[in-house]
Design a binder for this molecule. Structure first.
Ligand SMILES: *Cc1c(COP(=O)(O)O)cnc(C)c1O
Length: 382
C-alpha cells in the first residue's frame, strides 16, 4: 500500500469559486450602474492557473474553470497542456515570452501574450506568422516588477497600435498589477498612475488580482465596449488573499484537501519530549498520534506546536517540530483515534490552508504551490 497521504482536488469547488467571483462582479456592476447613472458591465475573468494551477493540476483547473472566459499562466508548456486538455478559449501569458522562438508557440497555440519591455515589441515586429497575435501591454504603475515605465508606455502603446494596423497584431490591451490590493495602502495610487497613463488609449483593460477583485470590484468593471478582464488566482482555489479576512467569509470553498492517516500512537508521560529538538514536552500523561505527512510532502516545517489539524473529524493541534516525513499531533481531544484514523492537514473537514500558513508565518499560496510531487493528486467531481 502506498503511504496514506493524498491531495484531493474538488473540481466542483473550483467551479463554485469561479461562480462566487462572477456573482461578486455582477453585483458590483449593478450597484455601480445605479450609483453612477451609466451602464457598467462586469469584466470577463481570466482564471489564473500558473504554478500547476497553484498546485491543483492543470487538467483539474481546465475542468473546474471551464466557464471562465480565459485562462492565465506563465509557462508555455502549461499553456500547451491546456490546449491538449481541450481548452479552446483565450490563454494569457502573464510574463510574456522569454525568447524569439517562443513566439512560434504563441502563434501555433493561439496564445495571448503580455508585452512588458520594448525588445518584445521589436521581436513581434519580425518573423512570419500564421495569424495576428493578441497582446496586453503591461504598465509598471508602481510595483517595479514587470512593465513599461509610465513615461515610456504611451509611445510603446502607439507602436503596438501601428503593428496592429500593419496586420502583425490583432487586439492590443492595457494591463497592470497591484502591489498592495490586500493591504491598507490599497490600489489608489497605482490606479491614479494607470488611469493617467492609459487615458484615451483604445483596447481592453486588465488590472485586478484576487484581492482587488474582491475588495475593489468597481475598478474592474468595463467602462466602454473594449471590455475588461480580471485576473483572480488564489480565491478561485478557496484561499484568501487577505490576512484579515478568511476565504469562507466570501463564500469560497477550499478546492484542495490534503489528507493522511495516523500511522503510530505513543503514550507519553510528564516530561517526555516529542520529535527533533525535543521542542514539545508533555505536562502530564498524554497520547500522541504520528501522521504520515512531513515537510517533504509540502507541509511547512515552520508550523509549530499549536498549529490546527483535524483527526477523525476533531480539531486538535500539532506538537513539536515537523519532520521530513512525519509530524506529531495531540490525541487528547480524540481518545478513540488510533492507527488508521483519518487526518486532514488542510482543506475540507480540516483547518483552512490559510490557518496553517499563518501558523508557519507564510501565506496559503506558498503551501498550495509547494505541494510536493510525491503526494498523489486525485481530482473528484463533487
Ligand atoms: C499571480 C498573478 C495574478 C493572480 O494573483 P492572486 O493574488 O492569486 O489573485 C494576477 N495577475 C498577475 C500578473 C499575476 O502574476
Amino acid at each position: 500500500m502506498p503511504r496514506p497521504i493524498t491531495a484531493t482536488i474538488s473540481v466542483d469547488a473550483l467551479a463554485h469559486n469561479l461562480e462566487v467571483v462572477r456573482n461578486h462582479l455582477h453585483q458590483a456592476a449593478l450597484a455601480a450602474t445605479t450609483a453612477q447613472g451609466q451602464p457598467l458591465s462586469p469584466p470577463s475573468i481570466w482564471a489564473v492557473i500558473k504554478a500547476n494551477a497553484y498546485g491543483h493540476g492543470i487538467e483539474q483547473a481546465v475542468r473546474g474553470f471551464w466557464q471562465a472566459q480565459g485562462l492565465a499562466m506563465l509557462d508555455l508548456n502549461e499553456a500547451v497542456r491546456c490546449r491538449e486538455a481541450g481548452w479552446g478559449g483565450p490563454i494569457l501569458m502573464l510574463e510574456g515570452f522569454f525568447e524569439p522562438s517562443d513566439v512560434e508557440v504563441l502563434d501555433r497555440y493561439h496564445l495571448t501574450t503580455s508585452v512588458h519591455y520594448a525588445d518584445q515589441l521589436a521581436i513581434l515586429a519580425e518573423g512570419r506568422r500564421s495569424r495576428r497575435l493578441d497582446i496586453f501591454m503591461k504598465l509598471n504603475s508602481g510595483m517595479n516588477r514587470l512593465g513599461f515605465a509610465p513615461d515610456a508606455y504611451r509611445a510603446a502603446y502607439q507602436q503596438a497600435l501601428r503593428l496592429r494596423d500593419d496586420g502583425v497584431l490583432n487586439h492590443v490591451g492595457k494591463m497592470t498589477h497591484f502591489a498592495n490590493a490586500d493591504a491598507p495602502e490599497g490600489i489608489a495610487s497605482q490606479m491614479d498612475v494607470f488611469n493617467r497613463v492609459t487615458e484615451g488609449l483604445p483596447g481592453p483593460v486588465s488590472v485586478s488580482n484576487s484581492a482587488a477583485t474582491l475588495r475593489y470590484p468597481t475598478v474592474a468593471l468595463a467602462r466602454d465596449d473594449h471590455g475588461a478582464w480580471v485576473r483572480p488566482g488564489i480565491c478561485l482555489y478557496g484561499g484568501s488573499p487577505f490576512a484579515d479576512a478568511d476565504a469562507a467569509s466570501f463564500g469560497l470553498r477550499p478546492a484542495m484537501t490534503l489528507a493522511s492517516r495516523i500511522i503510530a500512537v505513543q503514550q507519553v508521560r510528564a516530561g517526555d519530549a516529542v520529535g527533533y529538538g525535543s521542542l514539545f514536552r508533555a505536562d502530564g500523561p498524554m497520547r500522541i498520534g504520528v501522521v504520515a505527512c512531513g515537510y517533504a510532502d509540502g507541509y511547512p516545517r515552520h508550523a509549530g506546536t499549536g498549529t490546527p489539524i483535524t483527526v477523525a473529524g476533531v480539531r486538535t493541534r500539532l506538537l513539536g517540530r515537523v519532520s521530513m516525513d512525519m509530524l506529531a499531533v495531540d490525541l487528547t481531544p480524540v481518545p478513540a483515534a488510533g492507527v488508521g484514523a483519518p487526518v486532514v492537514l488542510w482543506g475540507e473537514g480540516g483547518p483552512s490552508v490559510d490557518e496553517v500558513a499563518q501558523a508557519a508565518e507564510t501565506i496559503g499560496y506558498e503551501l498550495l504551490c509547494a505541494l510536493a510531487p510525491r503526494v498523489p493528486v486525485h481530482g473528484r467531481d463533487n
